[in-house]
Design a protein around this ligand. Structure first.
Ligand SMILES: Nc1nc2c(ncn2[C@@H]2O[C@H](COP(=O)(O)OP(=O)(O)OP(=O)(O)O)[C@@H](O)[C@H]2O)c(=O)[nH]1
Length: 308
């Protein structure tokens, strides 16, 4: 490097002094080889946020290029795992010895999983938005995993109101007769006059963030997705034949959910799981009855933990 190049970060001081909580870069685009528990390592297309604190109030700035190059080395020569995420954070701090004692890195990407259809035995891809976050605060390490799971929620109130309309239609149709023939009822139930009303359902999104226990050394992405989809029972589907669609209708009918119900199901499952020291969740029902969404938010509720 030519010696005459000015080095603002090193050789000037701040015009106005002040320590800063986070300084760094957002949405760095990099392909990253990712190790995830139970899956083959694979390349994911990430957007990375990388930060250190600036604890020296007089220092002009941090060295952005050092953070970038640490990530570039991860991208070109390594695999993102629990261990390498910790190394990245250590390197962020050690590359800024006098300036920083905290580091944060967030990897945002879509993680594709093969998902089985409900009945037909077909398979298809689903893409799950995932965020892996590492935080190093004066030697204290926190690793978080966030995922989003999309599912269908059918309104329990609308289902009850629809059942009432079906009962009324039944009464109207058969009220004159002393006895009703089984076949007549069976046939009538198969018509659109029989099922005169259907409850509304909505595309719904569970956003979940978990703090990984220190004893974990792998990212449990697939496990967390499975846990959430098992709790909710009505995840959106990939490959769908008619038998799968019918089973989906049955599952929707058997799992009627307000956003409160969905939040409690997820809360219950996460509370049972000891791998997660803390959790935060937000349930979004993108209403079809309303133009606005129904939302519920909760946390594990531990002292000093996530805030709703
Ligand atoms: N600190 C800081 N740097 C910025 C910002 N925007 C762009 N940069 C640029 O980031 C580049 C890299 O900075 P450094 O890491 O200090 O680069 P360098 O001096 O060649 O690297 P070292 O020799 O390792 O210090 C510089 O060219 C800065 O101008 C900003 O808002 N803050």
């Amino acid at each position: 490097m030519p010696t005459s190049m000015p080095d603002i970060a090193n050789h000037t001081t701040a015009q106005t002094e002040g320590a800063l909580d986070w300084v760094g870069m957002s949405k760095i685009e990099m392909p990253i080889m990712l190790a995830s528990k139970g899956e083959n390592d694979r390349m994911v297309s990430t957007h990375i946020d990388a930060f250190v604190n600036l604890k020296d109030p007089q220092a002009k700035g941090i060295h952005m290029s050092r953070l970038y190059l640490i990530l570039d080395e991860l991208s070109t020569s390594n695999t993102l795992s629990y261990q390498t995420l910790v190394s990245v954070l250590d390197s962020f701090v050690s590359s800024h010895d006098d300036l920083s004692d905290q580091a944060k890195v967030e990897f945002n990407f879509e993680y594709h999983l093969r998902r089985k259809s409900l009945i037909s035995g077909k398979e298809g891809w689903k893409a799950y938005p995932v965020k892996l976050t590492g935080l190093l605060n004066q030697g204290k390490l926190t690793i978080e995993l966030s995922v989003e799971v999309r599912y269908s929620s059918t309104c329990p109130c609308s289902a009850a109101l629809s059942r009432q309309l079906i009962q009324q239609a039944f009464q109207q149709k058969f009220s004159g007769s002393e006895q009703v023939a089984l076949n007549d009822v069976h046939e009538w139930l198969g018509t659109s006059e029989g099922i005169v009303a259907t409850p509304h359902s909505q595309r719904s999104i569970a956003e979940v963030k978990v703090k990984l226990n220190n004893s974990l050394n792998e990212f449990p992405i697939t496990e967390l997705v499975n846990l959430l989809e098992d709790a909710l029972q009505t995840p959106v589907q990939a490959a769908v034949k008619r038998e799968d669609e019918q089973e989906f209708a049955r599952l929707n009918g058997q799992n009627l959910m307000f956003c409160e119900d969905a939040a409690r199901r997820v809360q219950h499952c996460l509370n049972q799981n000891e791998q997660y020291d803390d959790f935060w969740l937000r349930i979004n029902h993108l209403e079809s009855l309303h133009a606005h969404d129904a939302v519920s938010i909760t946390t594990k509720g531990i002292s000093g933990g996530y805030q709703p």
